[in-house]
Write a protein that binds this ligand. Structure first.
Ligand code: ZN
Length: 284
């Protein structure tokens, strides 16, 4: 999964040679060395983007069932935070890993293998990570540790957080979005982390944020967030994910109801904080 594909560990994204392409975040050095974790493809293909699964197996299962009815989808990419918060880390991790989906590292994934990162977490999130670590064997923790911080597919940049700070930055406000848009050149960037689905892009010199169920038009540069499978935070409790159709230049947001009671029960039975169960009903 995390094999280097020849782009090495430079702190800038490999030059693609197109006009207007700028290197990313030249001032920042990353220490993991995982810039590109899987090879790029020449032909962009219809791709499902899943992010922030957060150990919520009933939600992931419902999304997989929905995906099963979409034979036109040629690949699935996971934008990170496979674990954390929820009660099914092993089942979720094993599915993502076993499917061979290109997967980015999220902050919760990283906190499982880096105590300093865990130290930044609030009490509920941290206790869920400590519990998660107890559920995972060394091999699974090793898989999390080796996930790449950023990659590219079909000419698009992939990160969990933001182009500037691939694991940790939240793109929630227009100012942060604009600063990051300036780093992606003429490309699309797919990211997660905020658990809020939508597309940030510049329209007639103003920053716009679009979200609608169904397909919306994508014009690069844009920051595209499919929302969260396992813990949506836009007020809609249904699992969120999206489909990129590079040929038609669209992104389709999809919301999938799932058995929330099952996910909540599992959280309570695991002895995790009750608030992590309750918030699933509110989509916050
Ligand atoms: Zn997350």
């Amino acid at each position: 999964m995390a094999t280097a594909d020849g782009h090495g560990t430079d702190s800038t994204v490999p030059a693609r040679g197109g006009p207007g392409e700028r290197p990313l975040a030249p001032s920042r050095k990353f220490n993991s060395g995982h810039w590109v974790g899987f090879s790029t493809r020449e032909r962009p293909v219809r791709t499902a983007f899943l992010s922030d699964i957060h150990s919520n197996w009933p939600a992931l299962e419902a999304v997989l069932e929905d995906l099963g009815g979409l034979p036109e989808v040629e690949q699935v990419i996971c934008l990170g935070d496979v674990v954390g918060y929820g009660a099914d880390p092993v089942r979720c991790l094993d599915h993502v890993r076993g499917s061979g989906w290109p997967t980015l590292v999220g902050n919760h994934d990283r906190a499982c293998t880096d105590a300093a990162v865990l130290g930044w977490f609030n009490a509920d999130a941290a206790s869920a990570i400590r519990w998660t670590i107890e559920q995972l064997d060394g091999e699974r923790l090793g898989w999390l540790r080796d996930l790449p911080e950023r990659s590219e597919r079909g000419g698009a940049l992939l990160v969990h957080g933001s182009p500037r700070d691939p694991i940790y930055e939240y793109i929630l406000d227009p100012y942060t979005a604009l600063e990051n848009l300036q780093l992606v050149g003429e490309r699309l960037c797919f990211h997660g982390h905020t658990h809020v689905p939508g597309v940030f892009h510049v329209e007639q010199e103003d920053l716009a944020h679009d979200y609608d169920l169904g397909a919306i038009e994508l014009r690069a540069p844009a920051l595209v967030n499919p929302g969260s499978v396992g813990q949506p935070r836009d007020g809609d409790p249904d699992a969120s994910y999206g489909l990129w159709d590079p040929e038609h230049g669209t992104f389709e947001f999809r919301r999938i109801p799932y058995d929330r009671d099952r996910a909540k029960r599992a959280i309570i039975e695991a002895g995790l904080p009750g608030r992590l169960a309750a918030r699933l009903d509110f989509g916050r």
